[in-house]
Design a protein around this ligand. Structure first.
Ligand SMILES: O=P(O)(O)OC(CO)CO
Ligand SMILES: [Mg+2]
Ligand SMILES: [Mg+2]
Length: 284
C-alpha cells in the first residue's frame, strides 16, 4: 500500500460526514421556511428565481465547511450569481446548490433538495443530496456504492427506448429558439414511443430518481455544475452512466448531460437530441 494512502481516504471520509451533517441542518432551515412568506428575486431570466433562504442556506453550508476545511475551494450557485469565479481546479472543491428546485420552493411544490458534491483533482469523490421535504438522504462515495438513507441504490437495466421513463428539466432560458429545440427534443423521444417524459422541477432530485431505478434516463441542456456534481457520483455508484450529450465524457462545466441506467439507453437518448447552446459555467 502507498505511504499516506489510508490517511487520504480518512480525510475525505471526514469531509463526507461533514457534508451529511450540514445537508441535514440546511434541510431543517428549508423545511421551516417552506411554509413561510418568501422574498423572491429573479436572476438571469423571469423564471430563474432566488429567495433569501437560498442565500441563507448557502452561507450556512459554506461557513460551516470552511471552518472545518479552511484550505478547500467552493463553487456555489448564489456566489456565482453574485459574480464569483466558477473554476474547478485540482484543489479539493465543494460544489454546492443550496436549494435545487427554488421555483418549487417558491410555489410550495415539495421537490426541493440540497446538493453537495466534492471533487479532488477534478474527479468527483462523493455526493450528498438531501430531499428536504421527505427527509431522504441520497449519498455516494466513489467506489463505495450509492444509498438512499440505508437502502442501496441500483439504476435501471432498461435498454429499450420504447420502454423508457425519461426525466428532463425545462430550465430558465425561455427564448423562442431554445423553447422550440426543447419541445422538439421531447417530441422526438415521445415519437420513439418512450413511456413518458417527466419534469419535476429539480434536476438533482430527478437524477437521484434515476439512480434509484425509478426512471431510465435523464437529459438536460442548461443545467449547472452544482445541479449535477453530487448526483453524478450517486448515479455512477448505482451502476448508471453520466455523460456528455455528444456521447463523450461528462464535462461538469459544459451545462449539458445525458444520464441513464445503461450505456445503450444513454447513447439512444444522446442520438435523439438536437443540441441547445447554453455556454459553460467556467466561461460565464
Ligand atoms: O432551483 P435551481 O437551483 O435554480 O435549479 C434548477 C435548474 O437549474 C432546478 O434544478
Ligand atoms: Mg439547481
Ligand atoms: Mg439552487
Amino acid at each position: 500500500m502507498e505511504a499516506g494512502g489510508p490517511a487520504v481516504v480518512s480525510q475525505w471520509d471526514e469531509c463526507f460526514q461533514a457534508a451529511v451533517q450540514v445537508a441535514q441542518r440546511a434541510g431543517q432551515v428549508i423545511r421551516k421556511a417552506f411554509t413561510e412568506e418568501k422574498h423572491v428575486s429573479t436572476k438571469t431570466s423571469a423564471a430563474d428565481l432566488v429567495t433569501e433562504t437560498d442565500c441563507l442556506v448557502e452561507h450556512l453550508i459554506i461557513s460551516e465547511l470552511r471552518k472545518q476545511f479552511p484550505s478547500h475551494r467552493f463553487i456555489s450557485e448564489e456566489a456565482t450569481a453574485a459574480g464569483a469565479k466558477c473554476e474547478l481546479t485540482s484543489s479539493p472543491t465543494w460544489v454546492i446548490d443550496p436549494i435545487d428546485g427554488t421555483c418549487n420552493f417558491v410555489h410550495g411544490f415539495p421537490n426541493v433538495a440540497v446538493s453537495i458534491g466534492f471533487a479532488v483533482h477534478q474527479e468527483l469523490e462523493f455526493g450528498v443530496v438531501h430531499h428536504c421535504m421527505e427527509e431522504r438522504l441520497y449519498m455516494a462515495r466513489r467506489g463505495r456504492g450509492a444509498f438512499c438513507n440505508t437502502q442501496r441504490l441500483c439504476a435501471s437495466r432498461e435498454t429499450d427506448l420504447s420502454k423508457a421513463l425519461i426525466l428532463t428539466e425545462i430550465g430558465s432560458k425561455r427564448d423562442p429558439a431554445t423553447l422550440k429545440l426543447l419541445l422538439s427534443n421531447m417530441e422526438q423521444l415521445l415519437l420513439a414511443k418512450a413511456h413518458g417524459v417527466r419534469v419535476i422541477g429539480s434536476s438533482t432530485l430527478a437524477l437521484c430518481h434515476l439512480a434509484a431505478g425509478a426512471a431510465d434516463a435523464y437529459y438536460q441542456f442548461g443545467l449547472h455544475c452544482w445541479d449535477l456534481a453530487a448526483a453524478t457520483v450517486i448515479i455512477r455508484e448505482a451502476g448508471g452512466i453520466v455523460m456528455d450529450t455528444t456521447g463523450g465524457p461528462l464535462n461538469l462545466m459544459a451545462r449539458r448531460v445525458v444520464a441513464a441506467g445503461t450505456q445503450k439507453m444513454a447513447t439512444l437518448i444522446a442520438q435523439a437530441l438536437q443540441p441547445i447552446s447554453c455556454g459553460q459555467d467556467d466561461q460565464a
